[in-house]
Write a protein that binds this ligand. Structure first.
Ligand code: PMP
Length: 287
């Protein structure tokens, strides 16, 4: 694996980077993360990712030990240590740090900071040109009063179980519902449904991660005259949807060709999805 990893000030390669077993990120899954990517070797929407990182941290009373400028400097140092010149995948993690086997906050006085930099995996063109397959899964998204999906938590068991169920069904991504049966998001991405030209995405209040790409796409839809708004969507509404797409840092806007084996629209990327993706790419090119 060609990765370079920063751990609390020390940069090394993937095979030697390690954290102590008594780190509560490992023991209890108590930590948060952000996934960013570069375009032309510049981290994209860095400030927005920092804002969400701090929000995740606040929701679990986790002190964030660095300023945004300090994070950026460490990201740049870690990127500089990566030999390849290709675009980067960047994962920033903050955990409670090392301490006794106790849930008391003072057991872990020093948070751990990890930055992973590796080549950005290429998303096959086929995904954008033909779309991907979603499967609805039996695993429900965490209830906000149990483990708030707004916390971008290192504890990804809920997401992993959902994705593994989708993979078993032969799909590329898992479409998840909340406890009330409304669609909320996918295991690693947000979801939009297009009906009568409007792009609808489940409301944050339904219990989902506020995706940076979701937010960005909702803003830029207006530039090209596409109405984008939050709306509750249930399985009964699916048949009326003309298009479906997912959003995420690494997936940009990816069209969905089928859900549970049933084609969405005519099974090919629709006009709203295609226009939004083209506009997103223009904005990226101009950034
Ligand atoms: N939902 C979940 C559960 C995710 O893991 C991700 C990927 N980080 C997203 C949505 C998309 O978020 P973003 O656009 O910030 O990458």
């Amino acid at each position: 694996m060609s990765a370079v990893v920063y751990v609390n000030g020390i940069i090394s390669d993937a095979s030697t980077a390690s954290i102590p077993v008594f780190d509560h990120g490992f023991l209890y899954g108590e930590g948060i993360y952000e996934t960013l990517r570069t375009y032309r070797l510049e981290p994209f929407l860095f400030d927005r990712h920092m804002r969400r990182l701090r929000h995740s941290a606040a929701l679990m009373a986790l002190p964030v030990p660095l300023s945004d400028a300090e994070f950026l400097a460490r990201v740049r140092d870690t990127m500089a240590a990566h030999p390849a010149r290709d675009e980067k995948y960047i994962r920033i993690l903050v955990t409670r740090g090392v301490g006794e086997l106790s849930y008391q906050l003072d057991a872990t006085p020093t948070p751990t900071v990890v930055i992973i930099v590796k080549p950005m995996p290429a998303v096959p063109d086929r995904a954008f040109l033909e779309g991907i397959r979603l499967a609805t899964v039996s695993i429900r998204r965490n209830h906000p009063q149990a483990l708030n999906p707004m916390i971008k938590s290192n504890n990804l068991i809920n997401n992993a179980l959902a994705m593994q169920e989708a993979l078993r069904a032969g799909a590329d991504e898992a479409l998840m519902q909340n406890q009330g049966g409304e669609f909320v998001e996918c295991s690693q991405s947000n979801v939009f449904f297009v009906r009568d030209g409007a792009a609808l995405t489940p409301p944050l209040s339904a219990g989902l991660l506020p995706g940076i790409t979701r937010e960005f796409v909702m803003e830029l839809a207006g530039d090209i005259g596409v109405e984008a708004r939050e709306a509750r969507v249930t399985p009964a509404d699916l048949a009326a949807m003309d298009e479906v797409f997912i959003t995420g840092t690494t997936r940009e806007i990816t069209p969905v060709s089928s859900i549970d084996g049933r084609p969405v629209g005519d099974g090919r990327p629709g006009p709203v999805t295609t226009r939004l993706l083209a506009h997103l790419r223009e904005r990226i090119a101009a950034s």
